[in-house]
Ligand binder design. Structure first.
Ligand code: C2E
Ligand code: MG
Ligand code: MG
Length: 561
């Protein structure tokens, strides 16, 4: 209902002054809209965030059109029209504005219509709240929350008295598991206990609770090593506390440390750095601390950029990907019997990237699933073509464990074998033993189906990981590929030489073939050949090259013969 009593507003200037004063007492923006003249007054602080001409402007409709999110304009106009017509006297709308950086901001706008005099202008007076604004305090731990950190940080920066500081981010490792295993109440008490321990470790500084299970401590004028010390003190305190409570639960904490200068670092960037630092500590195995380094962040950003390029390539016909081939030679006849398909990626910005860089990115992003499929299809088709020149030419294709565990790769492989029409006995899939640790049902199914269909299997990079011979017994693998890090040592070192000899004998005794990888020199070849491997692969016989070069270097002679 429209306010019955007419307000006698002394004037917009005074009103503007009052709004400014009240505006300082709240995080909201106060506003007044003259519904008849289309004038608008808003708390001055709104100018920091939104592209407004001033705190008091005319042609409100036009100005607001520029900051209201396009899709919400119709709803807003309709509501204002109803107010102007006098159909209703209260405004209560949740819709979106766009800030100076182009980010969408959800707002709740509420107001009531008042009259200056009985005949005079009608005003809509109210407040605008940013709905998404983060909380200032955390009820579980009683600590301040992220929003308060932002306010404190900006204040210290503005005051300019402090030059440097350190942001220490603490996170509980596997907090989700703590909640699942011991219940949410225990989870909450863990957070409370950590908060109390943190307060014992810090002196005049403040700790803030952020992101569910993380804490941020703004350390003043300390260097990164001091922050690390605090983290270690905290670990000790938590351990003591846990002992006192009779080891009712178990968890560890990690920390990310970012040293910064107030002048150079804006809050958002610093906050992102601290998130990155903690994520690195967790990636490094948890229960540890990592000190932020620009180089690491840059290479992380580069890997995100590469990921974008890889995704683009996947969505554009795999442009930029190419399969290279490296010859595999029979140790007995020294003739090329097949090739290993090795993926390459080219892009304008970085040139040719090696698989060591982009395969982990493909794996992390799941893109290895479509790319891996493209690789085995391309390699099988190529091998089929070469089999016309060299019958029984064998193609070795690498499989990632992500493909095995997170996709139905075995159906894809069998479908491709049928589609290409290749003899399955001439196809071999390599996978590394590192993945065997997560040996599960999908691995077993893959091995079973490949075995049943006579597709061959190799254990790649043997010697780089745990090299457990126990795996071999269960896996029914056809070929063992010994990595260069292993074979190269054997030339100078008798122990390794004899060990490799025993591995070859053992593999042969259970019907497995052996391929030595990374043979680069005549000396390596002569010495290692005495250990009677079945196959040899290495730069000595040829580097990985594109299909055309592979043909010229290895197969042309057979065609001419
Ligand atoms: P890998 O399967 O063990 O492949 C052999 C690697 O050793 C290749 O590196 C090859 O260029 C290198 N190499 C061969 N002979 C020699 C030598 O005499 N000396 C030295 N120093 N190195 C030699 P590349 O092509 O950089 O590939 C690295 C790894 O990336 C591969 O190791 C494989 O694990 C992975 N990879 C390559 N292509 C694919 C793919 O299509 N799918 C999957 N999942 N992984 C792939
Ligand atoms: Mg391989
Ligand atoms: Mg290998």
């Amino acid at each position: 209902m429209e306010q019955k009593k007419s307000f006698n507003l002394a004037g917009k200037e005074e009103f503007e002054y009052l709004m400014e004063v009240f505006g300082r007492c709240t995080d909201d923006y106060l506003f007044l809209l003259d519904l008849d003249k289309d004038d608008y007054i808003i708390s001055r602080k709104a100018l920091d965030k939104f592209e407004l001409p001033s705190a008091h402007f005319s042609n409100a409709g036009e100005v607001l059109e520029n900051i209201v999110y396009a899709e919400d304009l119709a709803a807003l106009s309709e509501d204002l029209e109803e107010l102007k017509r006098g159909d209703k006297t209260e405004h209560n709308l949740e819709y979106r504005w766009v800030d100076r950086e182009g980010k969408i901001v959800w707002i709740s706008c509420r107001g009531v219509v008042i009259r200056e005099t009985a005949e005079g202008s009608r005003f809509l007076v109210g407040r605008i709240t940013e709905i998404g604004v983060k909380r200032k305090a955390d009820n579980v731990t009683g600590l301040f929350a992220e929003r308060q950190l932002e306010i404190d940080y900006k204040r210290i920066r503005r005051e300019g008295r402090k030059k440097r500081g350190t942001l220490l981010r603490i996170g509980v490792d596997n907090f989700k598991e703590v909640n699942e295993r011991y219940g949410i109440e225990t989870g909450d008490s863990v957070l409370k206990m950590i908060a109390q321990c943190i307060e014992q470790v810090i002196e005049n500084e403040r700790c803030y609770k952020v992101d569910g299970d993380e804490f941020l401590i703004l350390l003043e004028e300390e260097d990164a090593q001091e922050a690390r010390k605090k983290y270690h003190q905290l670990r000790i305190l938590i351990e003591e506390e846990r002992r006192e409570q009779g080891y009712q639960n178990f968890y560890t904490i990690s920390s990310g440390v970012v040293g910064f200068s107030y002048e150079e670092s804006d809050f958002e960037r610093l906050y992102n750095y601290s998130e990155f630092a903690l994520s690195v500590a967790k990636r490094n195995g948890k229960n540890c601390s990592y000190v932020f380094r620009d180089e690491d962040y840059e290479s992380y950003m580069k890997s995100l950029d590469i990921q974008e390029k890889l995704r683009y390539a996947v969505n554009h016909g795999f442009q930029g990907f190419e399969v290279y081939y490296q010859p595999i030679v029979s140790a007995e006849t020294e003739r090329v019997v097949g090739a290993e398909a090795l993926l390459r990626f080219f892009c304008e910005e970085y040139g040719m990237l090696s698989p060591g860089i982009f395969i982990p990115i493909l794996e992390e992003s799941g893109l290895i699933i479509p790319v891996g499929e493209w690789v085995y299809q391309t390699a099988m088709r190529q091998s089929m073509e070469w089999q016309r020149i060299a019958p029984n030419f064998r193609i070795n294709i690498n499989l990632s464990f992500i493909q095995i565990c997170k996709s139905d790769v075995v159906s894809g492989i069998m479908a491709s074998i049928r589609e290409v029409g290749i003899n399955p006995k001439t196809v071999l899939f390599e996978f590394t033993e590192s993945g065997m640790i997560s040996y599960d049902d999908s691995v077993q199914r893959l091995l079973d189906v490949l075995n049943e269909n006579q597709v061959k299997i190799a254990l790649d990079d043997f010697g780089t990981g745990y090299s457990s011979l126990a795996y071999l017994k269960n896996l029914r693998v056809n070929l063992l590929k010994l990595d260069r890090s292993f074979t190269s040592k054997a030339v100078a070192n008798d122990f390794d030489y004899n060990l490799i000899g025993h591995i070859v004998d053992m593999a042969h005794s259970i019907g497995m073939g052996v391929c030595f990888e990374g043979i680069e020199t005549e000396e390596e070849l002569q010495k290692l050949k005495q250990l009677r491997p079945d196959f040899i692969q290495g730069f000595y016989y040829g580097r990985p090259v594109d299909r055309q070069k592979f043909y010229e270097q290895n197969l042309k002679i057979y065609e001419c013969a």
